[in-house]
Write a protein that binds this ligand. Sequence first.
Ligand SMILES: [Zn+2]
Length: 164
Amino acid sequence: MQENVCFSCGGLFPDIEGPTHRYMTSSAGCWHVYGEVLAREYSDPAYFETHRLSVDAYAVQHPGSTDRQSIQSVGVHLIRLCLFLEHGLTADKANDVMLAAGKNKHTFTFLSPPEHMGDITAADVAKTDSTDEHIAMVKRWAQSAWDAWAIHHKTIRSWLPDNH
Ligand SMILES: [Zn+2]
């Protein structure tokens, strides 16, 4: 099948027509492949922790535009990645803290997206063929997506709620 590069994350995906997310803008192929990744994660409770990292990694690689909804979405997902990766929080606890941070989301400012979104994309996760490989790849995906935003890490850390 023909492939093309997603303009947002830079991954290589099937060149297809189809729907995309309303504000996490991507190529149609990228959104389609991410849908397959999510379907796999919903099908097996072993992916419970991993699933949230997938959602965060995808969201920050597809920051959309400068509209309020995009800014708040990217902000919340970057905060959650920070909590997972720098504070080692469990999925449940990180979610609580993210909800607390979400209360401040009207104060989030637009972060100019990095030019390079990291070396791992949803395409790499989709290509794995065991649960263990999938989980390991999502961890790499999340780390590389978080690292891609390094220029804004200081700002993002300042958005963390006090009680993290
Ligand atoms: Zn993409």
